[in-house]
Design a protein around this ligand. Sequence first.
Ligand SMILES: Nc1ncnc2c1ncn2[C@@H]1O[C@H](COP(=O)(O)OP(=O)(O)O)[C@@H](O)[C@H]1O
Ligand SMILES: [Mg+2]
Length: 252
Amino acid sequence: MIALEKVTKRYGSTTVVDDVSLTFGGEGVAALIGPNGAGKSTLFSLVGRLLTADGGRVLVDGRDVTTAPSRELATTLAVLRQDNHVGARLTVGDLVEFGRFPHCGGRLTATDRDHVERAIDYLGLEPFRGRFLDELSGGQRQRAFIAMVLAQDTRYVLLDEPLNNLDLRHMTDMMKLLRRMADELDKRVIVVLHDINFAATYADRIVAMRDGRVVADAPAREVMTAEVLRSVYDAAVDVREIDGRPVALYYS
Ligand SMILES: Nc1ncnc2c1ncn2[C@@H]1O[C@H](COP(=O)(O)OP(=O)(O)O)[C@@H](O)[C@H]1O
Ligand SMILES: [Mg+2]
């Protein structure tokens, strides 16, 4: 389980994560939604120990992240950040191999290579494995980063806006992949999404944040009401049922 207990993060006098208590891990795929600036990325950084909280604590499988050994944390939990800055003169293959670093310290065993191959295959990156990252389209690069995280083979996978830069087909493929990671590989996926229809279709649970607080947390279908979505985004949203599924309409 990932448990946040009364977690607070401030920048100066601004509180960006405000006394948040939440647990993740009870369901395969949880979607984290909310407007820009709600605190979603900050929350991920606190869980991944990229930031330290000003109050409260974060436990991963019962262990406080601030005192857990790095290697233990990195083999339990992977965070794909919204903006990835790694050297562009790195090939797709190198990047995916990086995902195995916490397991092997850089000397890949046959098992490590297996994970690398599987991740490259899952993301359809075989044709690009020898390419440098700056020779890829935004979507191809995004998939390479996901493959790195998949190769890391952690129980918890946190992905911050993984659909960025992806075309229609690759967005759907990505959501199906996350579902498979949960259903077939028994991973616990927590994913920041802006397209709430993807959240409703593929996530078991939706957690909505606004102004640093959790304002909704329920099975996906319960969050998919016009009333809840309007209050989360402060925007005109309608929800219709199409083929028995709730679909949010936010084009006007
Ligand atoms: N390093 C920082 N210094 C000051 N404010 C920050 C910093 N990083 C993020 N913020 C602020 O914290 C708030 C939450 O940001 P973020 O977690 O990135 O939101 P989200 O991912 O939901 O869009 C925003 O108002 C943002 O401007
Ligand atoms: Mg963000």
